[in-house]
Design a protein around this ligand. Structure first.
Ligand SMILES: CC(C)(COP(=O)(O)OP(=O)(O)OC[C@H]1O[C@@H](n2cnc3c(N)ncnc32)[C@H](O)[C@@H]1OP(=O)(O)O)[C@@H](O)C(=O)NCCC(=O)NCCS
Length: 242
């Protein structure tokens, strides 16, 4: 147990530039206390002492502001920075070396039964007040932007932002949305319709621009004249400018 505590403290030391000493981390990081309380409540939960486990987790919530259901599976070296307002649901699974900031919810969508909370793989980072909802998976080493709402799986080594979240980086490469069909948003139908309309107008405008191109008629006549000439087997060129 003490080995795990030492490991947790060390991981905070490595990840938080504001941490100055191990003693400070032990005394001033409620996110760590929440994880330690969860370890006990989770053991009680698995031993079948469900009510006792829930009571302990609520005591932990009162002390730390972090609400972790005793059924949640948490990996090693979880760092909950600033702690307040973090909620981790019953069937959530959190891998190792995960960082969560204040206000993060690993919750359900309110529709599912059974496994209804997310799975965060190793090395995931979730910015403050982000919501990761439903039985989805956030791949290894992926990052969720502050304030994002993640509703679908996130591939490994990606960064997602926005409401609902979309990928902005994957394997270190910037991902840009160029097709409006890729916008996952309640307004995406309106965006698709707008983009189709713009394309249609551009086509019409393009035809108009061609019509008003200067000397377009003269150029067409000239091309036709050269085609006529090409058809003749014998002719004397008098110069195209004449
Ligand atoms: C998501 C995050 C990790 C991305 O960082 P990054 O890799 O440096 O990405 P960038 O800053 O290059 O941003 C990429 C794009 O996403 C946008 N973006 C970044 N974070 C965003 C967010 N949280 N919400 C919406 N859009 C965001 C940027 O505006 C940028 O868009 P643009 O290129 O069209 O201008 C970071 O922005 C973030 O949200 N960190 C959380 C920090 C936090 O919670 N701190 C709490 C301290 S108490």
């Amino acid at each position: 147990m003490f080995e795990r505590v030492r490991e947790d403290v060390q991981s905070v030391m490595e990840r938080d530039p504001a941490a100055r000493s191990r003693l400070e981390i032990l005394l001033c990081y409620p996110g760590l206390w929440a994880v330690w309380i969860h370890r006990v409540s989770h053991r009680l939960w698995r031993m079948g002492f469900r009510l006792l486990a829930r009571l302990l987790s609520q005591l932990g919530r009162f002390l730390t502001g972090v609400d972790i259901h005793p059924g949640a599976l948490l990996g090693r070296r979880l760092f909950i920075d600033h702690a307040t307002g973090v909620v981790i649901g019953e069937t959530a699974i959190v891998g190792s070396n995960v960082t969560l900031y204040q206000g993060v919810t690993l919750g359900g969508t309110g529709k599912g039964h059974g496994k209804r909370h997310p799975t965060l793989c190793d090395g995931v980072f979730v910015g403050n007040n982000a919501n990761v909802l439903g039985n989805i998976t956030v791949g290894e080493n992926s990052r969720v932007g502050a304030g994002s709402v993640v509703l679908t799986d996130v591939p490994p080594n990606s960064t997602v932002v926005g409401v609902p979240a979309h990928i902005v980086y994957r394997n270190g490469q910037r991902v840009l949305i160029t097709d409006p069909h890729d916008v996952k948003d309640p307004l995406s139908d309106a965006l698709i319709a707008l983009s189709a309309r713009v394309e249609e107008l551009e086509e019409k405008l393009g035809a108009h621009v061609r019509r008003v191109e200067p000397f377009a008629t003269e150029e067409a006549e000239r091309v036709a004249y050269r085609e006529e000439l090409d058809k003749l087997t014998e002719y004397v060129s008098m110069g195209e400018g004449i």
